[in-house]
Design a protein around this ligand. Structure first.
Ligand SMILES: NC(=O)c1ccc[n+]([C@@H]2O[C@H](COP(=O)([O-])OP(=O)(O)OC[C@H]3O[C@@H](n4cnc5c(N)ncnc54)[C@H](OP(=O)(O)O)[C@@H]3O)[C@@H](O)[C@H]2O)c1
Length: 500
């Protein structure tokens, strides 16, 4: 049999002397799993590093693909991860051995704690992390894991682990791409001898249409994906793009025959634009406790387990331990075969538990009409704390607002500027002139003065400032009435009225 090719890929030494290949293949569940793609990557592209996790749900299939490749186990770097539901000393050890047996291997080259929060009621996250880490330290000593590490750990998590345990992680695997460059954390890892590994190097595809990336790709006659992967590797980061397509896997591997120039590296470095809310919040220096953070669960994640997993992922991406408000985004579940009502109730039960565990300080719904709220009342125990609904001068769901008031549900209004449509309305304009304010300020003031929590959006500094300045004045009764009269039932967003 002809020898399988080996990708000529540099390695990085871990603090224990092991060498991890800088390029690996991701296998997360987003976009599915392909047996053929894994076998192809191993046998045709020479990939020798695979990144997986129990949470991705493909361990058995991956084990089969590795055996089918004919590669010796010792020729392959295999990373796996421990999911928080298995945190704790005994559970962690068992989970690791179970993962080994599902994959049909005796050891992992690297085993990571997937996520810093333990989600175990009654114990602090720090305590559970330390206990779990002690299990990993033992698995390391026993040779079941040749190296151990963490994932999504921030500096304070690593600092705590340093105080609580004896062995520092060999690796920290964290999101890393041109839009997300946690430079402070990378520097900390470097100082502590922890190898930095970056996941989602293509920002799940989002970075591939960025004009700077496109320009550099054209200049080097490479694809945008190759530029991003090359940039990450050239920054010394272990990089694990995922694809289930042969052609793309081949493409993603071909990142070693060229070099990005200093100017290219700098241009890509500048793409870190704080688009990540987590980074913006961290940079602002505002303490977490001074901030109210709302996030929403998208219907494709409805269901008990999926809702909880999606919540954890959102917290991970936002780098927070809890949310102040978490909502069901939309009343339709968008999942065939199950009724909306059933899935809403099941997802709501997950939110109720997150609330009871203190991981959501409050829970709510969005775009729910009276009939959705009535059903939820019959099916569940906790009444939503908030209902977030489209609300602006052209769309005033007064019956719903009154229902929410009676039921003790706080009303929150979105699209207060009607996506800009309200700003050119003559009535709004007149009122704005009368008060020497802008039309946007009048719309926001009207909403706030009607008692609605109001959340205008802008990406422009001066508009953000303008939109905040709505508390130094009061609209007179006649102006409130004039704006109330603009109601015409116009939706600028979705209309959930007919959702069952
Ligand atoms: N530790 C953690 O918490 C964590 C979190 C996220 C990810 N990870 C790991 O990191 C791996 C990579 O991250 P990721 O999967 O989130 O995102 P990613 O690698 O940045 O992007 C994957 C997406 O890009 C597409 N893609 C791949 N190559 C492409 C190309 N050459 N041109 C155009 N599109 C391309 C893929 O679609 P196709 O498959 O259809 O080609 C897929 O939708 C994961 O699979 C997982 O192993 C770890």
């Amino acid at each position: 049999m002809a020898l399988a090719p080996v990708l000529s890929c540099p390695t990085v030494p871990l603090s224990n002397g092991l060498q991890i290949p800088m390029f690996g293949l991701g296998t997360s569940h987003d976009g599915g799993y392909s047996h053929d793609a894994i076998v192809y990557a191993l046998t045709e592209c020479g990939v020798r590093h695979i990144d997986t996790a129990k949470h991705y749900g493909c361990e058995e299939r991956l084990g089969k693909a590795i055996r089918e490749s004919g590669l010796a186990r010792s020729d392959l770097w295999l990373t796996n991860k421990l999911w928080p539901e298995d945190y704790g000393y005994k559970a962690a050890k068992k989970a690791c051995l179970d993962s080994c047996s599902r994959m049909g291997v005796e050891c992992f080259d690297l085993y990571l704690m997937h996520w810093p929060e333990s989600l175990k009621p009654g114990r602090s996250n720090r305590e559970t992390r330390a206990e779990t880490w002690r299990a990993l330290e033992e698995l390391y000593k026993e040779g079941v894991c040749r190296a151990i590490g963490v994932s999504n750990f921030m500096v304070h998590h690593l600092e705590q682990l340093k105080e609580d345990c004896s062995q520092m992680p060999h690796i920290n695997q964290v999101e890393y791409h041109p839009f997300q460059q946690p430079n402070h954390l990378m520097e900390y890892c470097r100082q502590e001898g922890i190898v930095f590994e970056g996941y989602s190097p293509l920002a799940k595809g989002q970075v591939l249409s960025d004009p700077t990336v496109l320009r550099i790709a054209e200049k080097h006659r490479r694809t945008p994906a190759q530029i991003c992967i090359r940039w990450s590797i050239q920054n010394g980061v272990v990089t694990i793009p995922k694809s289930i397509k042969r052609k793309r896997i081949q493409e993603n591997c071909q990142v070693f025959g060229f070099q990005l120039e200093e100017g290219d590296m700098a241009a890509l470095g500048r793409l870190h634009d704080g688009r990540h809310l987590a980074e913006a919040i961290r940079e602002s220096g505002v303490p977490r406790s001074n901030l109210r953070l709302t996030n929403k669960l998208w219907p494709l994640d409805y269901g008990y387990e999926t809702a909880k997993a999606a919540f954890r992922e959102s917290c991970s991406r936002m780098k927070v331990e809890y949310l102040d408000l978490y909502m069901l985004h939309w009343p339709a579940s968008m999942q065939p075969g199950r009724s909306n009502r059933e899935l809403r109730a099941e997802s709501w039960r997950a939110l109720e538990e997150l609330y009871e565990e203190g991981l959501c300080r409050s829970i709510g719904v969005s775009n729910f009409m009276i009939h959705h709220l009535e059903q939820l009342k019959q099916d569940c125990t906790v009444v939503p704390h908030v209902n977030q609904v489209e609300y602006h001068p052209f769309q005033q769901p007064n019956e719903l607002i009154e229902y929410c008031r009676r039921e003790g549900i706080t009303f929150q209004g979105y699209c207060p500027l009607a996506k800009g449509q309200a700003l050119s309305n003559p009535t709004i304009f007149q009122v704005a002139q009368k008060y020497g304010r802008t039309p946007a300020q009048i719309c926001i003031r009207w909403s706030v003065q009607n008692g609605a929590i109001t959340i205008p959006k802008s990406t422009k500094r001066e508009r953000v400032v303008e939109n905040c300045q709505v508390f130094g004045f009061q609209l007179e009764e006649e102006d409130m009435v004039a704006i109330n009269k603009l109601h015409e039932g116009r939706h600028v967003s979705w209309d959930p009225t007919d959702v069952e």
